[in-house]
Design a binder for this molecule. Structure first.
Ligand code: PLP
Length: 377
């Protein structure tokens, strides 16, 4: 059976060119980047090329990139790293109710250590309440962390505006841009972002590697102690092959960004249009315009999203009923309840996220399958 993959927000398939560049670092080029002989130096050079490629994608300096094990570690490092560094100045952090668990649960852990966290509300489209943000700021606030784009409903926040508010109040600003990188043009310099998290496996790179951008001049507490790698901020022998893969994925993302966005938008809009034409009992979740090009999230009224998902799976279709992390739990997604959906409507949600490999024919197959299954139910 053909697999038709519509879960690109959960992970993506590693591109051939990415894998090709990675392979030698598993075999002949196995030197430790800290070693001074030639195969060590070659590994070191490969890491620095990757660092430059990552930096170009978000327009920062190479020395502002720290490699990590992925988006979750980048989020943890950013939030705890700033919180511990600045705890003498204040213990208040502002975030939103719809963050990824890597942010939400890090903030919850900090609450147990005596920090105060404000979780901002979002409106029915998933945008944070800017006036609530302004009103929440006090002289104790040390960090604002708001995701660039949401992994479930695709809503893109007004990052530049939020960054300005943070800067005006002299507060460090971090954004989890794991979903946005490679899908939205990002310029950390122009946008005023202090720290940004990204992950390779969401942009056609390998799992288990990511990066944290930290603007020069912003100091953060290290998270992993050891042998001084990554400017002594993230010790441990580098995941050379993974880092090379991340670098290549970033290079390709930058090169093809415009075409990529066009293609995903086309598939997404075609899908939504077909669903709207054929199914009346539905509701589109997330922002109509300010949303990731490849994201759709639609609630089918009086339909159990989990059952729909299983029936789609039987036809070789991979999609998601909410966040991938939550797909085994029966609780409705915190994101969908935060935008005001009732439990029933939240449970009827189907997240379909498009990627490079999808074709219009795949979308036709998907739409016909959904129509067929819903008619039966
Ligand atoms: C996937 C994801 C993460 C976690 O990244 P990993 O590399 O899987 O740890 C964090 N935030 C968002 C928004 C994500 O989509």
């Amino acid at each position: 059976m053909d697999i038709r993959y519509f879960d690109n927000a959960a992970t993506t398939r590693v591109k051939k060119e990415v894998l090709q560049e990675m392979l030698p670092y598993f075999s002949e080029l196995y030197g430790n980047p800290s070693s001074i002989y030639s195969i060590g130096r070659q590994s070191k050079r490969a890491i620095e090329i990757a660092r430059e490629r990552v930096s170009k994608l978000i327009n920062c300096k190479p020395n502002e990139i720290y490699f990590t094990s992925g988006g979750s570690e980048s989020d943890n490092t950013a939030i705890k790293g700033i919180a511990y560094k600045l705890r003498k100045n204040g213990k208040h952090i502002i975030t939103s109710k719809i963050e990824h668990p890597a942010v939400l649960n890090t903030c919850k852990a900090l609450e147990n250590e005596g920090f105060n966290v404000t979780y901002l509300d979002v409106d029915e489209n998933g945008k944070i309440d800017i006036s609530q943000l302004k009103n929440s700021i006090s002289n104790q606030t040390i960090l604002i962390t708001i995701m660039f784009a949401n992994n479930e409903i695709g809503t893109i926040q007004d990052i530049e505006r939020i960054a300005k508010i943070a800067k005006f109040n002299n507060i460090v600003f971090h954004t989890d841009a794991v979903q946005a990188v490679g899908n939205v043009p990002i310029d950390v310099d122009k946008m005023g972002i202090d720290l940004l998290s990204l992950s390779a496996h969401k942009i056609y790179g390998p799992k288990g590697v990511g990066a944290l951008y930290v603007k020069n001049g912003i100091n953060f507490e290290k998270f992993i102690h050891g042998g001084h790698q990554e400017k002594n901020k993230r010790s441990g022998t580098e995941n050379v092959a993974g880092i090379v893969g991340l670098g290549k994925a970033c290079e390709l993302s930058k090169k093809y960004l415009r075409e990529h966005i066009e293609k995903l938008k086309y598939l997404r809009d075609y899908y939504i249009q077909k669903i709207e034409e054929n199914i009346s009992d539905m509701k589109i979740n997330g922002h109509r315009d300010d949303r990731l090009p490849g994201n759709s999230n639609i609630s089918f009224i009086n339909v159990d999203g989990e059952v729909l998902l299983l029936k789609l799976d039987a036809l070789g279709i991979c999609a998601s009923s909410g966040s991938a992390c939550n797909s085994s739990s029966a609780e409705p997604s915190h994101v969908l309840t935060s935008i005001g959906l009732t439990e029933d409507i939240a449970k009827g949600a189907l997240r379909v996220t498009f990627g490079e490999d999808n074709t219009k024919e795949d979308v036709d197959f998907l739409v016909n399958s959904i129509i067929h299954i819903i008619k039966q139910m």
